[in-house]
Design a protein around this ligand. Structure first.
Ligand code: UT7
Length: 353
């Protein structure tokens, strides 16, 4: 059986560092509050009008492609995960193809909308394409330019202090050694609490999911509707909203569940994990899960302190940094896990080649 592996990995974070002290200047927050609740010290913001989710994804992709020992013309499928796309449509997949200058190949480009678990979902699709022999070099990218869409007033502080910009990319290829590569990916979702972590407008909901007509939707029988009203903007519906406590409580339950599910399926134990890369949502969540799994500090990689939560980019950035630091070696059992909006969550287990 062919197994798929991560054959090359890279990441890119923009230069501009924004500290908690910088945010103190524009909203009522404190460095102490942010560090104590989340572990975040600083994050990166992309350069407005120059960088986008796509351009950052391209920089990470170029590194991943070079490290995979291929040229960009060898990429035969692109999967792009983000919640902060350059455009409402088309998605970042085709924009990345153009940015990399490989439109002449006319390979398929797929966009993933699974927020914090977007990278794990994207990886699972790449895994299937490679395992079945459909494609040989699938470029999987997670990238976010959150800084363009946050509420920089006290009203939005519970969300804004958490998020940062960046990108990570991997090339998924057939493994040379059949005992190595991606062993399994486990994916889950439950839409019950869809609006508890969401960026609702602009959108085509037209008031259907509880956003009242008072938001200015036309309610007659005429054709056409409206994506965006002044009232939505005034009421901050054009910014991400989060019920932080519900997300936290559910995350600390679902992370261990989905990791144990993957381990059990593979006949492995939590003590077999050599490197755990959790989605960087909150350092307290990662520490809670680490404790439950009984993993020592050298078996977990966190970088939320430097970058905040970069959503779909957080796992590939952390994986790339851990690999660059020599913390992942051939034969290691690497575990990825994520939880986020939807709610959606997932895990991936791989034996590093
Ligand atoms: O990537 C996946 C998605 N995200 C997550 O996984 C995040 C999960 N949730 C969390 O990480 C935490 O819930 C937060 C860090 C977002 C918030 O921490 P919390 O301990 O749940 O705080 P809270 O929302 O219950 O708010 C506690 C207090 C409130 O004030 P009052 O009502 O007690 O007076 C908030 O208004 O803290 C206030 N607060 C802040 N104060 C200073 C909220 N945000 C801030 C802030 N600075 N940035």
């Amino acid at each position: 059986m062919i197994r798929a592996k991560i054959g090359g990995i890279g990441h890119y974070v923009p230069e501009r560092v924004v500290t908690n002290f910088d945010l103190e200047k524009v909203m009522e927050t404190t460095d102490a509050w942010v560090q104590e609740r989340t572990g975040i010290v600083e994050r990166r913001y992309g350069k407005k009008h120059e960088e986008t989710t796509t351009t950052m994804g391209a920089r990470a992709s170029e590194i991943a492609i070079a490290r995979a020992g291929i040229s960009k013309e060898d990429v035969d499928f692109i999967i792009f995960a983000t919640l902060s796309p350059d455009y409402y449509f088309p998605g970042c997949g085709v924009l990345l193809q153009r940015e990399l200058g490989i439109t002449h190949n006319e390979m398929g480009c797929l966009d993933i909308r699974n927020q914090c678990s977007g990278f794990v979902y994207a990886l699972s699709i790449a895994d299937q394409f490679v395992k079945t022999g459909t494609y040989k070099n699938v470029l999987v990218v997670g990238a976010e330019m959150h800084s363009m869409g946050l509420d920089y007033t006290t009203r939005g502080r519970n969300v804004t202090v958490i998020f940062g910009d960046g990108a990570g990319a991997v090339v998924v290829q057939p493994a040379n050694d059949p005992s190595k590569g991606i062993l399994t990916c486990k994916l889950h979702a439950n839409g019950t609490h869809a609006e508890e972590l969401a960026f609702i407008s602009p959108g085509a909901h037209g008031g259907y999911h509880g956003q009242e007509d008072s938001y200015g939707f036309p309610d007659d029988e005429s054709f056409g509707g409206i994506f965006l009203t002044q009232k939505m903007m005034d009421d901050a519906l054009t910014f991400p909203q989060m019920n932080g406590q519900l997300v936290f409580k559910t995350a600390v339950q679902k992370f261990p569940e989905v990791i144990m599910e993957a381990l059990a399926e593979q006949g492995l134990d939590k003590k077999d994990i050599d490197m755990f890369i959790p989605h960087q949502a909150n350092l307290r969540i990662s520490q809670f899960v680490q404790k439950l799994l009984g993993l020592s500090d050298d078996k977990v990689y966190n970088n939320i302190q430097k970058y905040g939560n970069t959503t779909a980019a957080s796992i590939p950035i952390a994986l790339s940094e851990a690999w660059e630091a020599g913390k992942i070696k051939s034969g290691d059992l690497v575990c990825l896990a994520a939880f986020g909006a939807g709610f959606t969550w997932g895990s991936a287990l791989m034996r590093w080649e």
